[in-house]
Design a binder for this molecule. Structure first.
Ligand code: PBG
Length: 333
């Protein structure tokens, strides 16, 4: 058979028929990203002002530690792009052993939430990260006694912290500490104080991951001794993720999260197929930074890889994606 002799295979099925032009491809597209899928993570730092009101995180080009005022401007930018949700991380001026600033009424996150709700009201969904590691001088997500991470004391402080966020006006609270029982403790504290309608987005299957490196630089939350392996999950485990998700749901979680996203697409899929609740995935700092770095080297096409990654996360089963790419991706959509 020569190339030009017009002979054809006797094929009935030709999947390529539906790939022949962009309109056909768009028609049969199974996964469609939308700016509504995204939650944009932001770092709000106490004590930033004037000309120093924002500082780029060296390992995360395009991401800033910033004052509340600068943060409000970026929230407005998000809204213009159709990104209607942010998750706030606080960087306090003062840290202590118990992370007291995490639940201070005038804490940095509490103030940022109040300012955001005042400026944007119901147009912007404000999620708050509930964790102690940015607030403790030792950098762990719970108090410590004789080198031991105190689970139950941690859960109690997280409950207090979540309540202070709800009081400030947070639309959703998102515990990321991985202490056992913290979702139940938070649910009870919220309900007792009249916040029965404040949802909990639980970081349920959160793995002890090397991909958090740039975040710890951004949030100044590196553990000062040891690591987080006694509370965050072993990357080798999958059944355990289902158990963590189930426990969080039993304790009152409304949305469950898998984190990081790309190395754990199988976990996203299993959670999606096992539980009938919204699944969120956190496309974490290191996943962002590797794309930025390789693109800078000219080794990959930034926009293509970004969109392919986000599409993969959604295709795996996440309907909510926390990502530092939110604004850039929304611009392309
Ligand atoms: C706090 C927290 C972390 C992240 C979100 N919340 C870091 C950690 O557990 O060390 C990581 C997010 C990212 O890497 O983008 N516990």
């Amino acid at each position: 058979m020569s190339i030009n002799d017009g002979s054809q295979l006797d094929l009935i099925q030709r999947p390529r028929r539906l790939r022949m032009n962009p309109l056909l491809r768009a028609m049969v597209e199974e996964t469609r990203l939308s700016p509504k899928d995204f939650v944009y993570p932001m770092f709000i730092e106490e004590g930033r002002k004037g000309r120093r009101d924002r500082q780029e995180v060296p390992s995360m080009p395009g991401v800033f530690r910033q004052s509340i005022e600068a943060g409000l401007k970026e929230m407005e930018e998000c809204l213009k792009l159709g990104v209607r949700s942010v998750i706030l991380f606080g960087i306090p001026e003062h840290k202590d052993a118990l992370g007291s600033e995490a639940h201070a009424e005038k804490g940095i996150v509490q103030q940022a939430v109040r300012a955001a709700k005042k400026a944007f009201g119901a147009d912007l969904l404000v999620v708050t990260d509930v964790c102690l590691c940015e607030y403790t001088d030792h950098g762990h997500c719970a108090p410590i006694r004789d080198g031991e991470i105190l689970n139950d004391a941690g859960a109690a402080i997280h409950a207090k912290t979540a309540l202070s966020h709800a009081r400030a006006g947070a639309d959703i609270v998102a515990p990321s500490d991985m202490m056992d029982g913290r979702v139940g403790a938070i649910r009870e504290a919220l309900d007792d104080a009249g916040f029965a309608n404040t949802p909990i987005m639980a970081y349920s299957a959160k793995y002890a991951s090397g991909f958090y490196g740039p975040f710890r630089e951004a949030a100044d939350s590196t553990p000062q001794f040891g690591d987080r392996r006694s509370y965050q999950m072993d990357p080798a485990n999958s059944d355990e993720a289902l158990r963590e998700v189930q426990l969080d749901l039993e304790e009152g979680a409304d949305i469950v999260m898998v984190k990081p996203a790309l190395p754990y697409l199988d976990i996203i899929r299993r959670v999606r197929e096992t539980f009938a609740v919204p699944v969120a995935a956190y496309n974490v700092s290191g996943e962002y930074s590797v794309v930025k770095a390789a693109a800078r080297m000219g080794w990959i096409d930034h926009d293509r890889v970004m969109m392919e990654s986000l599409t993969g996360i959604k295709r795996a089963g996440a309907s909510i994606i926390l990502t530092y790419f939110a604004k850039e991706a929304a611009r392309l959509l």
